[in-house]
Ligand binder design. Sequence first.
Ligand code: 1GP
Length: 257
Amino acid sequence: MTLLSPLMKKKLNVSNTTYDLINSRKGQIAVLIDPEKSQDEKTLKDLLHKCEVAKVDFIFIGGSTVTRREFEFTASTIKCLTKIPLVIFPGSADQISDTADAILYLSLLSGRNPDFLIGHHIRSANELAEIGIEVIPTSYLLIDGGTASSVAYVSQTNPIPREHISIVKQTALAGKFLGKKITYLDAGSGAKYPVPVQMIHELDSVGSPIIVGGGIRDQEQIHAYANAGANVIVIGNAIEQDMNLVLDLRSHAICNK
Ligand code: 1GP
């Protein structure tokens, strides 16, 4: 067996981290599984099989009010059932598992709640260092999606108004200067209005990979985000309501740039 040194991997352009994968192309798809709502093992197996058939790029796991036990159980079940990279999208410091490939280390920069800017991070830092999973510093921006989102409620913060694109851009830029490697725009689960496509276009100049989610329900929206330059498009609720929708995601690949 030949082991490639990190330098050789770089030369050969072999992606070896989840961040590299996220950064590698536009229009990738993540299916979000909320352990609190995740069904029995059989249903989870069925969903993950469909995700594989549809060539879903990532499975995200997380939720606003998930317990440690629910989280650990669902994460290890997913890991046993699929090889699709598993990425933690945490709602709190309790949502950690060494079975995941990476964690989005979210700082809720749209809000001013110190717990979600640094508090949960301090609580989880030792454990993350111990288990050694890939930690991806991420600017997390909540955008008004026309409904009261659970993230806004749990974090006790206000989302950025959707028409204030310049605030979003300044916040994403500040996040980049603070060392965040990714910008995540979220209209909140079940949002009435998803993040405006124009916002994705405008963030292009910031130069960080973009993840977008919240209220995305159809192919048209997915294509629009992919063409605007989003690296990863996250879908949760719509798939919880109709698992077969995941099979339609296969055609997203035509938009990959
Ligand atoms: C992840 O909040 C989203 O960014 C998920 O939203 O459940 O509406 O797809 P949905």
